[in-house]
Ligand binder design. Structure first.
Ligand code: ADP
Length: 375
């Protein structure tokens, strides 16, 4: 290639880079900036020439939930050590601090640069997603408003069908009773769905309240198990309970604790074939309480295990067996547990069973002001 041709190629490349709307930064293996386009400079309020040679971790300082991410947790490190393309989107809540101190939410894509099989650097593509966040929030607010409005007519259907079923306004023949019972059950499922949607929108808006009071976890669990007794009996499920007397009353929001037990236990019952077993243990483990819910049910297919805490996800293996479900329960449980400073994880083998584990600090849940609690 002649010098003129080389220069033309270089100019073409510069034109492409400077006309891109997304910020682009290339770094070397030492995490030093080797190239930065104009959009990146504008987004980060840093002149590209000034950034060249600087450590990317100083230029692109990343934050999640208000706290700066340590080096080892940076997506750039992950991409370079795992040699994978990493993408960080709307749901990952990542922000970048610019020179004047302002934080803006970002979506990122990081690709490691490989040179003869060795990582020689990385390319980072990023954009400001402030607008996307606003749209997302508006959608969540709409869901919240719509679910709230749906509650009143659904309560009316519930009330009137209950009164009619109890024959308060005259006797019913068997067919009428059967149809009305179906109507009543369908309405109850709709109420559950609307409540879950409302809970999800309160979680997504960061608007749910936490009101801690001394709570006896075993008593809450027993309350939920009493409600599930008809299903347990219908499916002839064995129930094993193991309550450690050393677990004290914990300063937690009783409603939230109930939501956790209700979802995990009702899932264990729903997703276990008749004649199987369901186990619940509540134990003290160091500074935490450990909740363990075990079943000998259908299990979660290995390929789906990464997705079960996401909104609306239901695994294929249970869809034809169990029609009832919204795919919102575990999303809500995870948000509650994490808000309370705890952890949730599981072990599962398809066709054999599942065990969910939760740890929550014995010290209790921090109080949080919010518009409303979860229902
Ligand atoms: P759903 O309303 O569908 O039960 P969840 O959010 O509670 O929603 O659970 C999401 C999905 O995770 C379920 O649809 C099911 O595929 C899987 N799952 C949850 N718990 C279990 C379990 N104990 N055994 C097998 N699969 C489960």
């Amino acid at each position: 290639m002649t010098e003129a041709e080389l220069r033309e190629k270089q100019e073409q490349l510069n034109a492409i880079l400077s006309s891109m709307a997304e910020g682009l930064i290339a770094i070397d293996n030492e995490r030093r900036v080797i190239l930065m386009n104009q959009a990146a400079g504008i987004l980060l309020r840093t002149a590209p020439q000034e950034a060249t040679g600087q450590d990317i971790r100083q230029i692109l300082r990343s934050y999640r939930d208000g706290a700066e991410l340590p080096y080892k947790d940076l997506p750039i490190e992950k991409a370079m050590t795992e040699r994978n393309i990493i993408s960080v989107g709307l749901l990952d809540n990542l922000s970048v601090r610019v020179k004047n101190g302002r934080l803006f939410p970002v979506a990122l894509m990081i690709a490691p640069l490989l040179n003869r099989g060795e990582v020689s650097g990385a390319i980072i593509l990023f954009r400001d997603i402030t607008k996307d966040k606003e749209i997302d929030r508006a959608k969540t607010e709409f869901v919240s408003l719509a679910s709230h409005q749906l509650k009143t007519p659904l309560s009316a259907i519930n009330w009137y069908s209950e009164m009619m079923l109890e024959e308060e306004v005259g006797p019913l023949n068997d067919k009428q009773k059967e149809y009305l019972k179906n109507l009543y059950d369908a309405n109850r499922r709709m109420v559950e769905l609307v409540n879950s949607l409302l809970n999800v929108s309160r979680i997504d808006l960061g608007a749910f309240a936490v009101e801690p009071t001394p709570t006896d976890f075993a008593a809450v669990a027993d309350g939920v198990l009493a409600e599930l007794a008809p299903q347990l009996a219908l499916k002839r499920l064995h129930l094993n309970k193991e309550y450690d007397p050393k677990v004290p009353a914990i300063n937690a929001d009783g409603k939230l604790v109930r939501i956790v037990f209700q979802n995990l236990l009702s899932n264990a019952v729903k997703y276990t074939a008749p004649g199987g077993s369901v186990g619940l243990a509540i134990k003290k483990e160091g500074e935490n309480v450990l909740i363990r819910v075990t079943d000998t049910g259908y299990g979660i297919p290995a390929a789906d295990q990464g997705k079960i805490f996401t909104k609306l996800f239901r695994a294929d293996n249970i869809r034809d067996k169990e029609a009832e479900g919204t795919g919102l329960g575990l999303y809500i449980v995870k948000a509650v547990v994490e808000e309370a400073g705890g952890r949730i994880w599981f072990d599962s083998l398809e066709g054999r069973g599942t065990t969910f584990f939760i740890t929550l600090p014995l010290a209790g849940m921090p109080k949080k002001d919010g518009v409303k609690g979860l229902t």
